[in-house]
Design a protein. Structure first.
Length: 193
């Protein structure tokens, strides 16, 4: 059995071996650092909302979804006031974690004209079971896979959840967020009209 080559064993074999082992370690460290930076850059890119497709906001207002109880939820009925649109799923832990905060935001701000709509990218039966355990005051639409396409058109190219889009009262996209919403986000957004 051969022992691994270390700096001390390398120097006893050949005087230049120590430099070779050191260079090799530096090369490996450099490759590892480059891979880490590249991976972090890719992760950052994936978590950034990308450009909204032309006409996507207008297309949203023409959409309609069914609610978990079978009613029709026409997005055009939310035009004219600020709207927080949240894409979520029951199998998404950060989505589930932020829903009570979004519900509180809705309760506290609906009198000042704010609206919140949740679009569930999920199976209708799963959403119904979930809402039986955690009822929400704001409307929820069953968007299914079509909701993923809508999210992509609004800049969520990776289809990650949660994804939140804030519309101003005139129907323009004002803010977007990939990932879990924070109280600071809601505070910033609530100043919008």
């Amino acid at each position: 059995m051969t022992a691994p080559l270390t700096e001390s064993s390398a120097s006893s074999l050949h005087p230049h071996a120590t430099k070779s082992v050191s260079r090799r370690r530096a090369l490996y460290a450099g490759v590892a650092a480059a891979a880490a930076v590249g991976g972090a850059g890719l992760a950052w890119w994936r978590l950034q909302p990308h450009a909204v497709q032309e006409g996507a906001a207008q297309a949203l207002w023409a959409q309609a979804f069914y609610t978990p109880d079978g009613a029709r939820l026409a997005m055009e009925s939310f035009a004219g006031k600020p709207l927080l649109l949240n894409f979520w799923a029951t199998w998404c832990p950060p989505c589930v974690d932020e829903l009570p905060m979004l519900n509180n935001f809705y309760r506290e701000n609906k009198a000042s004209g704010w609206q919140v709509v949740g679009l569930a990218i999920d199976q209708p039966s799963s959403v119904r079971k979930f809402l039986a355990r955690l009822p929400l005051d704001f409307p929820v639409g069953l968007a299914g896979l079509g909701g993923s396409e809508l999210g992509r058109s609004l800049g969520n190219l990776t289809g990650g959840l949660p994804f939140t889009v804030v519309f101003s009262g005139d129907g323009r996209v004002a803010h977007r967020k990939m990932g879990q919403v924070t109280p600071e986000d809601l505070k910033t957004w609530s100043a919008l009209r």
